[in-house]
Design a binder for this molecule. Sequence first.
Ligand code: HEM
Ligand code: NAG
Ligand code: NAG
Length: 322
Amino acid sequence: MAVFRGIFLGLVVVTLVFSATLSAAHLDGFNFGSGGSQTHDLFPQFYQSSCPQVNDIVISVLQRAIEKNPRVAAFLIRLHFHDCFAQGCDASVLLDNSTTRISEKGAKPNVNSLRGFEVIDEMKAKLEEACPLTVSCADIVALAARGSTVLSGGPDWVLPLGRRDSKTASFESSNRDIPAPLPDLSALITTFERQGLDETDLVALSGGHTIGFAKCSFVRQTRKSVCPRRGGDNTAAPLDFVSPTRFDNSYFKLILGGHGLLPSDQVLLTGNRRQAAELVKTYAANESLFFQQFAKSMVKMGNISPLTGFEGQVRKNCRRVN
Ligand code: HEM
Ligand SMILES: *[C@@H]1O[C@H](CO)[C@@H](O)[C@H](O)[C@H]1NC(C)=O
Ligand SMILES: *[C@@H]1O[C@H](CO)[C@@H](O)[C@H](O)[C@H]1NC(C)=O
């Protein structure tokens, strides 16, 4: 035992020294060479010495916000998705209109629909007090999405950090790269593939619709008991009417029962793709398998084209560039 422990400790030390050397070399060589932009990997301990309380601060603001309005958890999970799909996970979605910029907030998938910005502002304000100019808005969004999942009863995961904030927004990318809720499975798959996400990621991440609401204009057909036959376009109907604030696998059970929520949800089962249909059944039967894959896919989504190193900036106010 003692021998094994000795070898194990030795390995740990060697690994630590090795990775410290690597990251030092990394920092020195970063972006000054002629080779153009070298990308840095995100890593979970990014704020370990610069802001160790980062997650605690995010969670305490989140807890209070959810107590006041249980819908906040869904807002923030969706916010991370819409940030990452438009121009990468760079907090571009948080930037307001300015004289030189058209905000993503007015893009079709977001306008009158994407919410939770004030909660991010509050987290940022608290973090600026505790660790000035240290924690990026893009990381706050990623942490808020994980926290929202956990506080709703869903899975937890180890979250790589170190994203930096963009100085630009892309109204066009939001309109082009965030999928529409249409019953076209191959279009959904293509939209995800463009982000480096596969069919398994599509099905698992669609499970994010286990919490939250959609406007009747999207779900009139499938939510006849809640949505009036005409009008009431902005009335909110629960996506998962069995447990609208609980992160569980009832989303997949509802699809199996033909109570798919958005047309883009039901089509995962009916869209003539064997793999997607099988996954819907698998996740409906086994919640822990869904949780495992959701966690993996969230990490993958959170890694879409981050800015790292000296790219971008750490914004002081998430709504504008410094
Ligand atoms: C697969 C493609 C997807 C489409 C077409 C889609 C579309 C939509 C639409 C149309 C709404 C309703 C918005 C409204 O009525 O204002 C919605 C809500 C929501 N989406 Fe998605 N979504 C997709 C994937 C995802 C992913 C990957 C996540 C996160 C992992 C996610 C999380 C949410 C959440 C939590 C809500 C509820 C928001 C609220 O309660 O306000 N969605 N989605
Ligand atoms: C931003 O400005 C554009 C162009 O003036 C406008 O169409 C859009 O509605 C504005 N967006 C928001 C979120 O106010
Ligand atoms: C559900 O999936 C887990 C893996 O997450 C596996 O260990 C377990 O055996 C599965 N349960 C059933 C009933 O298939």
